[in-house]
Design a protein around this ligand. Structure first.
Ligand code: DSN
Length: 472
């Protein structure tokens, strides 16, 4: 028998034991989640189904490695391969968005969109400087300066002075005239465009001209539409913006992470040293070591995003979202702005007197995944009057425009059940509504129909053929 020194730790057998054997509890929950994704209709506008190659890179040995710093200038040894991966990711990011590396640079280390945005503010302005972004109830994002009358909610409003701009309550389109007038009074240092729930195109040249009146930075957070921008299915923010941020997992269909693009060269004095300011802001100001497994997975997704297949995908996303909207309008529903230019549809349910929360709940029970969303003019964010839908994920499962007509039919059935249950349960409270849904036959039938339909489509990223159906 080989002798073992007293100080040698035994090799822990579980270090090489598969998940299913070592931790059946977690493994079973992951399998259930896989089946939920496979058997449902995923309509959350910020989600997508990524690829097998992205999963593999994301779940690789790169998660073991520290690499604070930038390629070629790290605070840790052993980064010869990690450096190559990060450089490849940077090159692919610039290529995917058709950028000249002499004009634009990119930092690929942000952990997410929210850290990318905060690092950008840290780079561009000083604490308490002024920012203007689209108000959250108008479809804007939390990290663009969101605050309520009583409370500063996002760190972007805690550390900076924020004045939102809004959509026109009559049309649902951004009110650029009012934005321009308010900017004259507020004089922002950063004007932010980009949104979480805005179905229309951005007027970048108008935004640039407003920013220029105050020598402000123009920053685009293109998280929702970056896949469309890469495929040239949306207007190009790089033509006029100083900085462009994005997440990588929405229409871009990668893993969950963030990117910051910055102008390397420009005549504007404000853009001096942008590269070093952005890089410093990401690390060491806002983050520690980059997540190298994620950076590798982003690199894979960017390679895919530069392919002709991805362009066809992005075109289909827009066509599908448009068709979904038209089909809902055909049932007599109201959409904010009446339709969409991108991947998303903002559905105003207030004319039907049911809240977005109730529709989200009933859809969950039917395995249709959506999210409640404020619609401009809502008085409470807790009971928003709308629902946000997106076509990116189901288009990754090869849904066509006709399939989205079927999706609209399922959504219509869900709303009809909600209206009927709300009126028969005699209460407007969500908890009473949920209680009244228990054992509802039409809802059970809807779930059966949804699952039969959804499971007839392929699932990206993993083999769904051996999954066991979830019990409800
Ligand atoms: N939470 C994302 C969305 O749903 O839009 C943005 O971060």
């Amino acid at each position: 028998m080989a002798s073992q020194s007293k100080s040698a730790a035994p090799f822990n057998a579980f270090l090489n034991t598969p998940l299913a054997s070592y931790d059946p509890e977690i493994d079973a929950l992951i399998e259930k989640e896989k089946y939920r994704q496979f058997s449902g209709l995923e309509l959350i506008a910020s989600e997508n189904f990524t690829s097998q190659a992205v999963f593999e890179a994301n779940g690789s040995c790169l998660t073991n490695k520290y690499s604070e710093g930038l390629p070629g200038a790290r605070y840790y040894g052993g980064n010869e391969y990690v450096d190559q991966i990060e450089v490849l990711c940077q090159e692919r990011a610039l290529a995917a968005f058709h950028l000249d590396p002499k004009e634009w640079g990119v930092n690929v280390q942000p952990y997410s969109g929210s850290t990318a945005n905060f690092a950008t503010f840290t780079a561009l302005i000083n604490p308490q400087d002024r920012i203007m972004g689209l108000d959250l109830p108008s479809g804007g994002h939390l990290t663009h300066g969101y605050q309520t009358a009583k409370k500063k909610i996002s760190s972007s409003s805690i550390y900076f002075q924020s004045m939102p701009y809004q959509v026109d309550t009559a049309t649902g389109y951004i009110d650029y005239d009012r934005l321009e007038a308010n900017a004259k009074l507020f004089r922002p240092k950063v004007l932010i465009c980009g949104a979480s729930a805005y179905p229309r195109e951005w007027d970048y040249s108008r935004l640039r001209s407003i920013a220029d009146q105050h020598d402000a930075y123009l920053m685009m957070d293109m998280a929702h539409i970056s896949g469309l921008v890469a495929a040239r299915e949306a207007a190009n923010p790089f033509e006029v913006c100083d900085v462009v941020t994005t997440t990588t997992h929405k229409t871009l269909r990668g893993p969950r992470a963030g990117l910051i693009f910055f102008r390397r060269h420009s005549d504007a004095a404000r853009n001096k040293d942008l590269e070093s300011r952005i890089n410093q802001a990401v690390f060491p100001s806002c983050q520690g070591g980059p997540h190298n497994n994620t950076i590798a997975a982003v690199a894979v997704a960017l390679k895919q995003a530069a392919s002709p297949e991805f362009v066809a995908y992005a075109k289909a996303v827009r066509a599908n979202a448009c068709r979904l909207g038209e089909a809902l309008v055909g049932y007599g529903y109201k959409l904010v702005t009446g339709g969409t230019d991108n991947h998303s549809v903002l559905w105003d349910l207030r004319p039907h007197k049911v809240t977005g929360s109730k529709i989200e709940k009933i859809c969950d029970l039917a395995n249709i995944t959506i999210n409640k969303n404020s619609v401009h003019g809502d008085v409470s964010a807790v009971t928003p009057g709308g629902v946000r839908l997106g076509a990116s994920a189901l288009t990754s499962r090869s849904f066509t425009e006709d399939d989205f007509v079927r999706v609209a039919e399922f959504l219509h059935r869900a709303v009809q059940i909600a209206i009927e249950v709300q009126s028969s349960c005699g209460s407007r409270l969500l908890k009473d509504f949920i209680k009244a849904l228990d054992g509802h036959a039409a809802l059970a039938q809807l779930r059966t129909d949804v699952e039969a339909f959804a499971t007839s489509f392929p699932m990206p990223g993993f083999d769904a053929s051996n999954l066991k159906p979830n019990t409800h």
